[in-house]
Design a protein around this ligand. Structure first.
Ligand code: IPM
Ligand code: MG
Length: 352
């Protein structure tokens, strides 16, 4: 039996993961999903209860699980804390501790939501981009880092650093995935101003030439990529990029689809459990009101079924149920509707 560890976290995290849990429970009861559900405190909730955002016990449970489904972390009540005492630090420690270096962030439009995008429907119709974001390196983790000095000499330092091995292992994930799609990868960097970006470009190209001659690789500067994403987003299939650019560009691409509330993600390492998260944040402004869209959390569960729980058939079913709910007109507030979080979960269950 597989174990799925739920880390509801903060803000709307508990509300949306509760709906993903209902879907998992339904699949266990009716579709032969052989999974035990466990739950642990994480993020701000863990800071309040345990003093740290990620306890050793929770990290151990995550590493021992087959898949981890995280809700969201963070909120204004913890924002004034030093970095290591913030909910976000727990998420970075979880990603690093689980060794999940490849973050898959699909951005695709649902036909029923084409009009929900701020871009013209004809610009986003058929959008199906898969970001492969490096997740455990770069400026998020590089040393040295910190704030030091006094007065005008106060310095804030972060280090953007990549090794060839870190670049190659995430590029390999992108190329392997490309073989199951259209065999096209665009790699985004700032090789024109950053040495680490130049190394990124050289290593990605070298791996492609040596092992993936069947995959078409293009390099694009990250700023141009941002511009192309709003100009003509359907030109992209897989976009491979580093931790920081991936953070920014994937939010941008997510919004092309109409709502951040629809998009799931998977973080994978070399074997071991995957970490699944909706890419929306904790949304403190609507937390606790039962109006958040649970679809991203439910679709993250679908990714867990596909990549960690070895039930791609059920992943397809869950994705189909979300699509059916949308086609039937089910809409939470972010999508211009009035359904509550629970009612949206209900609509998805009805389509299962
Ligand atoms: C994301 C989030 C995180 C990140 C934050 C919460 C640390 O924005 O998953 O995109 O920057 O990676
Ligand atoms: Mg982000």
């Amino acid at each position: 039996m597989a174990t799925l560890l739920l880390l509801p976290g903060d803000g709307i995290g508990p509300e949306v993961t509760a709906q993903a849990r209902r879907v998992a429970e339904r699949l266990s009861a009716t579709a032969g999903l052989d999974v035990t559900l466990a739950e642990a405190r994480f993020g701000g909730a863990a800071i309040d209860a345990d003093g740290v955002p990620l306890t050793q016990a929770t990290l151990a449970a995550a590493r021992a699980a087959d898949a981890v489904l995280m809700g969201a972390v963070g909120g204004p009540q913890w924002a004034g804390q030093p970095y290591d005492k913030r909910p976000e630090a727990g998420l970075l420690a979880l990603r690093a501790g689980m060794g999940v270096f490849a973050n898959l962030r699909p951005a695709r439009t649902f036909a029923a939501l084409a009009a929900a995008s701020t871009l013209k429907p004809e610009v986003v119709a058929g959008l199906d981009i898969l970001f492969v974001r490096e997740l455990t390196g770069g400026v998020y983790f590089g040393e040295p880092r910190g704030i030091s000095g006094e007065g005008d000499a106060r310095r804030g330092v972060n280090t953007h650093l990549y090794t060839a091995a870190e670049i190659r292992r995430v590029a390999r994930v992108a190329f392997d995935l490309a073989r199951g799609r259209s065999r096209r990868v665009a790699s985004a960097d700032k090789a024109n101003v950053m040495e680490a970006g130049l190394l990124w470009r050289e290593e990605v190209q070298a791996l492609r030439d040596a092992e993936y001659p069947d995959v078409a690789l293009t390099h694009i500067l990250a700023d141009n990529c941002a511009m192309q994403l709003v100009r003509a987003p359907t030109q992209f299939d897989i976009i491979l990029t580093d931790n920081l650019f991936g953070d920014i560009l994937s939010d941008q691409a997510a919004m092309l689809t109409g709502s951040l509330g629809m998009l799931p993600s998977a973080a994978l390492g070399a074997g071991g459990p995957g970490l699944y998260e909706p890419i929306h944040g904790s949304a403190p402004d609507i937390a606790g009101r039962g109006v958040a869209n649970p679809c991203a959390a439910i679709l993250s569960l679908a990714m867990a079924l596909r990549y960690s729980l070895r039930r791609p058939d059920l992943a397809v079913r869950v994705e189909g149920a979300v699509e059916a709910a949308l086609d039937a007109g089910a809409r939470t507030r972010d999508l211009g509707g009035t359904l509550t979080t629970a009612a949206m979960g209900e609509a998805v269950l009805a389509g299962l």
